[in-house]
Design a protein around this ligand. Sequence first.
Ligand code: B12
Ligand code: SF4
Length: 544
Amino acid sequence: MECKVYAEARRRLKVRFINPNSPLSNITMPQVIRKMTFTRKGLFAPVGLEICAAVIPRHWDVEIVDECVLDLPHRPRADVDLVGISVMTTQAPRAYELADEYRRLGVPVIMGGIHPSALPQEALEHCDAVCLGDAESTLPHLIRDFENALSRGMDPRQSLRRIYDWTAFETAPIATPRKGLLNPADYLVANPIQTTRGCPHQCRFCTTPAVFGRKYRQRAIGDIVEEIRAARERHRAWCYIFSDDNFGGNHAWALELCEALRPLGISWATQCDVLVARNDRLLRAMRESGCVGLILGLESPRQATLAEAGKKFARADSYEACIRKIQSFNISLWGAFIFGFDTDDWRDCQRACHFAQRARLAMACFPILTPYPGTDFYRQFEREGRLRTRDWTRYNGASVVFEPMRMTARQLRHAQVAAFAEFYSPRSALRRLGVYPLKARAWVANLASWRGLLYYYSKKGRQVPAFRDFLDPDSRAWNYPDEPPGFGAGAGAVRAMSELIGSRAEGDDVGAVASEEAVAAKLASATDSLVQAAVEISWAAAAR
Ligand code: B12
Ligand code: SF4
């Protein structure tokens, strides 16, 4: 088919950016959780696409379609000149479906984001060009080539480079997202603020250094303050999530930022490495500038496991002291652990869960190790023939996509849900949170997680998994069908969730068995600590 833009080069050009749906969006935001989040449809506004929009020249019209907040799937239409799709791994199958459909209509398609950056050749089977890394550094070059092709009367699909690799261009500064293209009322976190990008560490399971390199970059402080001021003016928002990978990658800079934030009188939470505990001055400045919570990637309280994870900067024997130190600044902590390393058996999972309780973490999550493409673990498991599936929808932290070493896949999932159930039980919450002074937000978020879990298992007529089940292989708790390796669980998981929440059943035609554990783990409290932070923060907003 002839390219549309080729024929009509003179009019204003239009690009449509798409954030494809993923089973996880539905799982993360079932109606159960919507109740906790003031009926918002999505968790975080897709800020990556708002940044793409910001770097597109003003003589283009820009539209953002976030499929995660649509009631019906997006239907491709040939009414634009270019389509740009953003892809996290769980979104890849849907992204490819959309891309294929747009290309059938003759619309050029480009892709970017973490998954195409890790697997560009796979993405190129479905699109005309891939941007690796930051849009700020690649998209302007692609757009220039696109316009040049048009002005020379050529079809851009044939003239674009296949790959726009950000390392081949000068690194552009982190841009301010372009607002006004999404409905803020759709999101729990309508203004995620990025203050830094990248991380100086190199954990073997993490996509950030694997795909975006270890160069830690900071955004202009004036731009951050300005973005917050503008958001406050627009929405009277006072509570923010800084969607960084590691807020604490450069302490001197973080200190400077905190000084600039203090006069704003906001509250904020972010992700950070545990080394922040060494810096009292920074912790004080963070607290004084409104930091109410930190998500710490702890992974495991066991040194051998940290070594396997490549977490070279962390010492397991200092974790408890670090946590106490940060808590002493009245900063609430969410702990992020990972289950399923080769050094882990079920008792290690139990130990991690006990550790989280002893350390009085306000919230914790226990995702299953997921070898995301681009990471060391992906390469290792691929080499060792241990990848059970390349169904990307299952790369969600709640399914076992590789052959674990010291547990079966079923034991690993069982240990995950057992940890959620034990950690969020009212007894554990009482021990961790106490009653005075009343930590109302943390209590509500804990009880909601517990209720979600009970609700799911009662609906399924199943016993809630517990660590004691491992001592009794004949326990009724083991009496459920195993998840076969390599099946298309994504659509099934969506169906299970639809059934659970009594809404429309999407993906019925795919005919897959439900990944019940994936759904359960999500319901239990979501494996992403950012989700938990967002939920807790939303309650803070309600309590104010
Ligand atoms: C906030 C966040 C979330 C939020 C919101 C996600 C969202 N859609 O915005 C929530 C809490 C919902 C979330 C959930 C999950 N997340 Co998350 N999340 C993040 C985090 C911390 C920040 C995302 C962000 O806002 N980045 C800032 C923007 C500006 O960056 P960006 O989106 O990558 O976009 C830039 C480039 O990639 C590129 N780009 C992106 N799209 C496009 C498109 C085009 C056309 C072009 C040209 C360029 C381009 O340009 C942008 C600007 O420079 C990242 C870490 C990270 N470094 O990104 C993890 C991260 C993206 N999440 C991750 C994971 C694993 C998950 C979960 C699977 C966790 C879980 N077990 O539940 C789920 C999946 C949810 C889903 N929908 O499928 C992984 C992704 C791994 C992977 N290979 O996919 C990351 C990288 C964390 C990590 N270090 O491993 N997450
Ligand atoms: S410290 Fe966090 S963001 Fe940095 S490499 Fe490790 S897991 Fe990734």
